[in-house]
Design a binder for this molecule. Structure first.
Ligand code: ACM
Ligand code: ZN
Length: 757
């Protein structure tokens, strides 16, 4: 006799508080559904994609829980204890509905894609961890996306990512309902896609000697004690001559594998073969592609393809013919960015083309090339996307513009007024290769994708948004996922959820459940920054370090001797009281021990700085001297020519100050009562704050907007104030002063300067 034993653990509850937030979640009265191995997945219709969806759900549950489900075609009769997958052609393709009651779960999609998204919602709602019994409250969910283009780009040229790594990224995109994978397959530093007609593109063009980008990864790895910045050993090969070369590429079979992997997850791939610039890995390996067969860098970018040579155009068409045959999708991406046109001015072939075609110059030669290629794509049934430089020299009616240049904001109004579709990817905040300081989760979440300055007709041409990961500084899978996550969740909600429903604090609350899931899936996400303290924390008697983290699983460790915290360092478990000056270095770790970012929190014991004995006659506001300062440290501002003086009510950049800016703001600050005051100094680039000649905030470096928050104990009365600041092209300067209770003081009541007599 066979004994069958089943163990049933206590039910774990699902929560529908997911990311991206669905259009409507309506909790229902009535008993919940209990999901267990006795449940079956059934699907209606004979659509292979639905069948695949059923298997996807069963596989996921088998991998992450103890629940094993069978999958079958529906028999016709309504059945109990089932998850039913079906479609309703009246719904939009990507829309879905979920209904849960005690009998089971029904997911209805506008197509197999909609069903797939319903499954993703279910997946994210379910608790992580081994269980054989999940309780799902009765609910009705109805959902559909805001935008049709919800993208993520990965640069596989600067550093290479394997098929498995690309597929993992695609899997995670699908979990968050992103639907376009923009694959940056070629660039100066490496050609990554096999082209049968031009084997040298990958035989040679996929391999390179170690370069400066590698070196800076290694430098940062050491500085930050971070192994994710090391280059994986399997990306190297040794030549017959004994040289070590870095690289890799995808064979056409591998590309087909990735295409089918993505398709099963509702994701279209947008292949980018960047041209006419960013093409060194081709130009270096085939003659006759560039103006003078010159391989290398021009003034700013590399020398481009030569649009004057028919053979170069033939090469482009041949490459794209093979690429198009591999990617059965609507869009292809031509690149078109950062073309250096100097060679074209000097090249006889380029000049002949300009004359023959009646073009005005090299700008129009670039658009002539782009339009030629677009005609070729259109003839093959494809639509073309290009970076927003494709506007310059004349935009075709049919191309789609990917806006990346924050400093060319006219691209969006121009392209949409011309009737072209636009995809938003402005570098700040959508270049996730930038750290969170420059492209924060909040900036991504709150980005306005329907600016009021555009007409309704123009806004209708904004088809979506994308996050871009350029890989110069990203050499490994773990660094790649770290830079995407969890920021990509903010992008997913921006792309999917209607603006009226969005709320950052609510999103941030929902993030916790998602972080647990990502942890379970082995995603090395960036642990959200620690809160609760300042850069410098002053106290007169005792100070208390309190640390908060949005990630409940994060382990926080610290040192007080300036060394990097490691797995043996003391663990922060609750507020720490100090009665002496103590420099804390805090670092987060995952439960598995992966070390994340470090942050400094200095606790400084101080007496109150005494107030000035006497002050001259004062007027409100502060006085600022402007120097024509091109340098990069506040210390040297007075060495530059003096430009003029301004009085302002607050510490700000006076309106007249443009170009090279070195500012010295002087005055008096009136402190209302004895106590510890907080000074938050934000600047792009550098700044410092001195009070009575003592440095209180040192933010003195070349940087994008960065806020330092430091405290100082001050006696009631007047104190000298000096703020210095430098920048070269229209930066940011802001000083907030908070009283001992944390309330912001009105600048009008605290800032003064000596009256002229
Ligand atoms: C780009 O960042 N050059 C599109
Ligand atoms: Zn040329």
């Amino acid at each position: 006799m066979t004994m069958i034993t089943t163990t049933t653990s206590a039910a774990v509850k699902a929560s529908y508080d997911i990311v991206p937030l669905p259009a409507s979640v309506s909790m229902q009265k009535g008993e919940p559904f209990m999901l267990s191995s006795a449940t079956r997945i059934v699907y209606t219709g004979s659509d292979e994609a639905i069948k695949r969806n059923a298997k996807f759900l069963a596989d996921y549950l088998a991998q992450t829980t103890d629940i094993k489900l069978s999958t079958n075609a529906a028999s016709g009769k309504a059945q109990k204890n089932t998850i039913t997958l079906c479609t309703d052609s009246k719904m939009d393709e990507e829309a879905y509905r979920i209904s849960v009651d005690k009998k089971g779960i029904v997911i209805t999609g506008g197509s197999a894609k909609g069903v797939f998204y319903g499954i993703q919602t279910l997946r994210k709602s379910m608790p992580v961890g081994k269980t054989d019994n999940i309780e799902l409250s009765a609910v009705r969910i109805a959902d559909q996306p805001r935008f049709g283009y919800r993208g993520m780009m990965l640069d596989c040229s600067r550093h290479f990512f394997s098929v498995a790594e690309v597929e993992e990224a695609i899997d995670l995109m699908a979990l968050y309902k992103l639907n376009r994978f923009h694959w940056h397959l070629t660039d100066d530093q490496g050609w990554r896609i096999e082209i049968k007609k031009y084997p040298l593109l990958t035989e040679r063009g996929a391999w390179r000697k170690p370069n400066g980008q590698d070196a800076s990864c290694l430098y940062q790895a050491k500085k930050e004690d971070n192994p994710d910045l090391l280059l994986p050993s399997d990306r190297w090969r040794t030549t017959a001559e004994g040289d070590s070369l870095y690289g890799g590429f995808y064979t056409q079979d591998q590309i087909r594998e990735v295409v089918s992997y993505a398709a099963a997850r509702g994701i279209s791939i947008v292949p980018e073969i960047d041209m006419p610039g960013h093409c060194l890995s081709a130009i270096a390996n085939y003659e006759g592609l560039s103006c003078f067969d010159q391989v290398g860098w021009g003034k700013v970018f590399t020398s481009p393809l030569c649009p004057g040579k028919d053979a170069a155009l033939e090469f482009c068409r041949n490459v794209w013919s093979e690429v198009i045959a591999l990617f059965p999708y609507e869009y292809v991406h031509i690149g078109g960015d950062e073309g250096e046109k100097d060679n074209w001015r000097k090249c006889a072939d380029c000049q002949r083309r300009i004359a023959q075609q009646g073009l005005k110059g090299v700008e129009e030669l670039q658009s002539w090339f782009i339009h030629e290629m677009e005609r070729f794509f259109n003839a093959k049934g494809r639509r073309m996307i290009g970076w927003d430089e494709i506007i310059e020299g004349g935009l075709s009616k049919t191309s789609t513009v990917m806006w990346w240049r924050n400093w060319a904001p006219q691209s969006v109004p121009e392209a949409t007024a011309h009737g072209n579709d636009v995809i938003y990817t402005p570098a700040t905040p959508f270049y996730f290769s930038q750290n969170e300081e420059k492209s924060s989760m909040r900036q991504v979440y709150d980005y306005d994708l329907a600016p009021a300055s555009l007409s309704a007709a123009q806004r209708a041409h904004i088809i979506g948004v994308q996050a871009n990961l350029w890989a110069e500084g990203i050499p490994s899978r773990s660094r790649m996922l770290y830079m995407y996550f969890p920021r990509i969740l903010a992008l997913a909600e921006l792309a999917w959820t209607q603006p009226a429903q969005k709320d950052y604090d609510d999103f941030y609350g929902r993030l916790r459940q998602q972080l647990s899931m990502l942890n379970r899936l082995g995603v090395p996400y960036r642990i959200p920054s620690l809160d609760g303290f300042h850069n410098v924390n002053a106290f007169t008697d005792k100070g208390t370090l309190t640390v908060e983290c949005q990630d409940p699983q994060a382990v926080i460790r610290y040192t007080t001797d300036g060394t990097f915290p490691n797995a043996e360092s003391p663990r922060y478990v609750g507020p720490i009281t100090v009665d002496q000056t103590t420099p804390f270095t805090l670092r987060t770790f995952t439960p598995e021990g992966r070390a994340d970012e470090m942050v400094q929190a200095d606790f400084v014991k101080q007496g109150l700085l005494p107030a000035l004995q006497s002050v001259p006659a004062l007027n409100p506001g502060v006085k600022t001297d402007w120097y024509d300062f091109p340098g990069v440290t506040c210390r040297l501002i007075t060495t530059a020519p003096f430009n003029g003086s301004y009085t302002t009510p607050d510490v700000v950049i006076p309106e007249a100050c443009k170009g090279n800016i070195g500012l010295i703001t002087k005055g008096y600050i009136l402190i209302p009562e004895d106590g510890v005051y907080t000074f938050a100094l934000l600047s792009d680039d550098g700044s410092w704050l001195k009070i009575d000649g003592n440095i209180v905030v040192d933010n003195d470096r070349e940087q994008s907007p960065h806020e330092m928050v430091c405290q100082q104990a001050l006696a009631k009365g007047y104190h000298y104030l000096e703020v210095r600041y430098f920048d070269h092209n229209g930066g940011v300067l802001r000083l907030n002063v908070l009283d001992p209770q944390g309330k912001r003081l009105d600048p009008q009541t605290i800032f003064f300067h000596a009256a002229e007599n």
